[in-house]
Design a protein around this ligand. Structure first.
Ligand code: SF4
Length: 187
């Protein structure tokens, strides 16, 4: 295994593979240079978990680093409730759940299972509406699908020609820095 893919980038890769390349180029720069309002809100939503201040419940593990040798991914989970054996990913807003977000939750689940945790339930939690959204546990077929997706991520070459989708570019945090488009983002 050459390197571990960050679970947090799986959804971005589906949105636009080139954004992963830009993320790596600009990751050491000031985030204010490119982060748009939704990303900032999402980040703030995660801050209490990342700084382990959002819960005093003894049965909760917050912000646990996780890794899967088998999948070649690493990241951090938001919340694991020990009694319920439940893994929860918090999002500020979830008007729609994208496949990439499901992949992220599946990847976290497989990491935890590989690390020896018992996980019987997985769910999203929408902070803005205080709503839990249960997700089915991934099947064997789902795991194969996820592994195929991770492989395509691993093999991606940013030099591969592609046509940018203006609708996506309008909502992309890298829009004003991207050499593939002349669009401006809407934020
Ligand atoms: S601006 Fe468009 S082409 Fe560039 S990374 Fe974003 S979505 Fe992809």
């Amino acid at each position: 295994m050459e390197y571990y893919i960050s679970i947090s980038t799986l959804n971005d890769f589906i949105f636009c593979p080139y954004s992963i390349y830009l993320h790596n180029v600009y990751m050491d720069t000031d985030e204010g240079m490119y982060q748009a309002t939704p990303q900032t809100k999402g980040k703030i939503a995660h801050e209490p978990v990342d700084s382990k201040t959002s819960s005093n419940r003894k049965d909760e593990i917050l912000s646990l680093p996780v890794l899967s040798e088998q999948l070649g991914v690493m990241g951090k989970i938001d919340v694991y409730r020990k009694k319920e054996k439940k893994l929860i990913e918090r999002k500020y807003q979830l008007k729609q759940i994208y496949q990439g977000q499901i992949y992220q939750l599946w990847a976290q689940y497989f990491c935890m299972v590989e690390m020896g945790y018992e996980v019987e339930k997985i769910a999203f939690y929408e902070i803005s509406t205080n709503k839990a959204i249960p997700i089915s546990l991934p099947t064997v077929e789902n795991k194969q699908e996820l592994m195929g997706f991770i492989q395509s991520f691993r093999e991606y070459n940013p030099a591969t020609p592609f046509v940018a989708n203006p609708n996506k570019c309008h909502h992309c945090i890298y829009c004003n820095l991207c050499d593939k488009t002349e669009e401006n983002n809407v934020y």
